[in-house]
Every structure is written in C-alpha cells, then in structure tokens.
Design a protein around this ligand. Structure first.
Ligand SMILES: [Zn+2]
Ligand SMILES: [Zn+2]
Length: 458
C-alpha cells in the first residue's frame, strides 16, 4: 500500500504529526476499500499519486444511467417582465468553522517547511514541529486569507450582520460546515458543529427557512459516504450523519423528506406552489470517497432518483431548483457521475430553473451545452457561490440572488446575483467585521441583463 505516512511526509504534503493522524483517520476506510475492491493496488494508488502506478482514476470508467425519453421541444429561456414579484435568497457556501482556531498561532505554518498542504492558525500539540520556532505571522482575531478556516466569532458576526442587511425569503446552505483539519474529525465534533451552526442560523434568522445540502467535509472521515451496496453498511454507512441532518434540518424542512434524507442524504419537497427544491447529495461522486472503489455505479441510485424526481416535475409542469455541494464537471466529481448529471440537465432543461453549488470556494459558474446542436447551444448555468471560509487565501464572501417569484406562473429563474465580501486586512485593523458589495452581476461589466445561459457563452 502506497498511501502511507512516508508518502505523506516525503511528498511534504503535511507535517509528520498530521501525517500520522491522517493515517489513523483514513487507514481503516482505505484498507477496507482495497480489500473489497476489484481494483489492483497499483490502480488504487495510481488514482491518487502520480509516482504510484498509472495516473488514471479507474473509477472514471462510464456506468449507464437511463435518461428518460420523450424530451419535449425546447422552450426559450423565460424573459421576466419588470414589475413581477421577486424573491431574495441568501446563499452561504463552505462555512468551514474551525472550532480550534487559535488567535496568535502561526498563520503561515508551512513557510519554513515547504509543505504543500499544511493547515494553519491552530495550536498544535508539543509533539508536532509546528510553532516551536517563533511565531512570525500570528493569526488575527477575525481570520486571515491563508491556509486557515474562520473562527466561530467570524461566522457568528457574519450571520448577525447579514441578518441586518435585509429580510430574505429563504436561505440556502450548500455544505462543508467543518474545518479542514481532516485528520481530526469525529462523529461527535461534527454533530456538535452542525448543531452549533443550526442554532446560530435559528438565532439570527428566526422565521426564515434554511434549505441545506450536505458537503464532503461532513463525512467522518472526510468524504466517507458508503452506499448501501458495500459490505458492513450498518457500521460504515453515513446514516449516523443523516440522522444528525434530519434532527437539525428538520427545523426548516417537512417531515415528508425524512425517509429520503435518511436513505441517501438527498431529498425533495415543494417550498412554493410550482417549485420543487431538490437537495442532491453529490458526495457520492467524490473521488476521495474511498468506498466508491468497491462500487461507484450510481451510489444509492442517486441519479436514478434524481431522474425520477425531474420526470415527475416535468409531467406536473412544475419548476425545479437543485441545491448541492460538488458541481458536476469539477475534477473532484468522478467523470461518469458528472457526465450522467450533465445529460439529465440537458434532458430536463425546460423543467430545471436553477442549480446552486459550493465546494470550490470560488465565485464562478459552470455551463451546460446541447452537444447535438451545431451551434453548441447553451442550455443551463450552475451557480457556484464563493465561500465564507478563508481557506485558502480567500476573504470571506457570500451571495444573494434575486429570483422570479413567488406568484402563479413564476419562472423561478435567477434574474440577478450580488456578491459580498469582507476585506480581512481592514477588518482586523479596525477590529470590526464588515461586508461590502463586490459586484452586482446584472449591472456589472459582465452585463447579463436577462441571465440567459446563452449570454454566458465565451
Ligand atoms: Zn469546502
Ligand atoms: Zn467540499
């Protein structure tokens, strides 16, 4: 087995103390996956490390998904007339609170060691070699745009400030609530952190619904979401997490979703007449989900379930919003899952009104195209919101959408988007957290007057 401490240390991925802990955290899952996988060890290894076997992820081999037929004729993207009711929706992505953020600890802890990963702004125990030298760049009170997550105070004050900005119609949170100390995850701390974030949202946004999707950092270990098809599901599956999510998200979503959420971490319901919201668990496409080396074909029938949900909405003439964590097309998502998801978006382009993702921590979007069309017609956009965390080398950010609705016949399309950010250099200097509007997409130089996918083509 090549994924071991020496590799971690020799490649200077992390400090030896963390390498030890990472093996403790992931070792059992990786050994189990190798033991039960049909892959050869060199294939397993080569999927992750270039120096070890052929660098091609065998999980990228295609698996089939039945895409429902009888696609209706394509309708033009709706142009929303002025004067219609609008909804304002807050999108929080990748919060990543570090419960052990330590003011005054080294914020550039990889500086002297040439490490490629090194997670900083923490007090490491004496047996580590971090923090033994003099602290050169102490972690400030409100966080810093380095390889650090945000302290709880920054999350709490962000929520207070955002709640004062305006009254949102609802909030979406697209996963990754935990810190990047991936060697340190336990079910207890993850559950406590989720409960803490739930309590904070309830405190600052009373009466405002919050709809969430699960992120890969909610897994213990990270990304360890075993589908029902693997052996020992009872002890290895993420049902403990889905119970935690049901307990916490149950403040805002109906009882009717519980069974689906408990089974696959995905759910759907109707927040408004004519709109179905689908929360899709895309950790089942993560290339760091080692259980997929045992079976990666549509884990827990997630895309088959999505296809049926979309078909049902098409038949009822309703619109769909998808909220999820890992965007299809991102290299983190296995290719076959991405390709099948892409096909579903194109098949149901009339029905899907919007898709919202996180995970990348960046402010950007993905495009979908009608590959059969000679002009490569753009069919859809997936909105990816910037992260609240500073990891890595980022300032905290969030996004607000203006959405057509809610009235009979609403298109539920996104008609505007505003991105806000906090300059942590100023925030720490003034000891005052403050967010500013970075840009408004409809009136910015990007000039997207109607948010039509075709307008976004390069
Ligand atoms: Zn994240
Ligand atoms: Zn993520």
């Amino acid at each position: 087995m090549c994924v071991k401490k020496n590799t971690c240390v020799n490649l200077q991925i992390e400090q030896p103390y963390v390498c030890d802990k990472i093996i403790e955290e992931f070792g059992n899952e990786i050994y189990f996956a190798i033991e039960h996988s049909y892959l050869e060890p060199h294939e397993f290894c080569g999927a992750f490390i270039k120096e070890c076997g052929t660098y091609e992820n065998p999980l990228n081999q295609p698996w089939p998904l039945i895409i429902p037929g009888n696609k209706p004729s394509v309708k033009p993207w709706p142009i929303v007339p002025d004067g219609k009711p609008k909804m304002r929706v807050l999108h929080l992505a990748d919060i990543h609170v570090d419960r052990e953020y330590a003011i005054g600890s080294e914020s550039l802890c990889s500086n002297d060691e040439g490490l490629v990963y090194a997670f900083c702004c923490r007090d490491y125990p004496p047996e580590s070699n971090v923090g033994k030298a003099d602290i050169k760049f102490p972690a400030p009170k409100w966080g810093i745009a380095e390889n650090c997550d945000i302290p709880f105070i920054t999350f709490d004050e962000s929520m207070r400030l955002i709640s004062l900005q305006e009254k949102f119609d609802y909030i979406i949170v697209t996963g990754d609530l935990e810190s990047h100390a991936i060697w340190d995850y336990t079910k207890e701390t993850t559950a406590a952190n989720i409960a803490n974030i739930t309590a904070t949202l309830l405190k600052y946004f009373p009466g405002i619904p919050v709809y969430q999707a699960v992120g890969n950092h909610e897994g213990v270990p990270m990304d360890a979401f075993a589908p029902h098809s693997i052996p020992e599901y009872e002890i290895r599956g993420p049902q403990w997490l889905y119970t935690v999510l049901n307990d916490n998200w149950g403040h805002w979503i109906p009882e009717s979703v519980k069974e689906s959420l408990q089974y696959r971490g995905s759910y759907s319901f109707h927040p408004f007449d004519g709109l179905k919201l689908i929360s899709l668990n895309t950790v089942y496409c993560s290339h760091w989900n080692f259980y997929l080396f045992i079976n990666a074909s549509d884990p827990d029938m997630t895309l088959d379930w999505l296809a049926k949900e979309l078909l049902d909405s098409e038949q009822k003439g309703e619109k769909v919003h998808i909220i999820s964590h890992i965007p299809s097309g991102d290299s983190y998502c296995l290719k076959s899952f991405s390709a099948n998801y892409y096909s579903l978006i194109n098949r149901f382009e009339n029905t899907i009104a919007a898709q919202f993702f996180g995970h990348t921590h960046n402010d950007h979007f993905y495009m979908y195209f009608d590959d059969a069309n000679p002009k490569n017609r753009a069919t859809h956009t997936a909105f990816v919101a910037p992260s609240l965390t500073t990891y890595s080398y980022l300032n905290p950010a969030y996004r607000v959408y203006t959405i057509d609705g809610n009235y009979p016949g609403s298109s539920f399309t996104v008609i505007d988007e505003e991105n806000y950010w906090a300059n942590l250099t100023e925030v720490n200097a003034n000891d005052k957290l403050e967010f500013k509007l970075e840009y408004n997409k409809r009136v910015s130089r990007l000039a997207l007057p109607h948010f039509i996918p075709e307008q976004r083509k390069c």
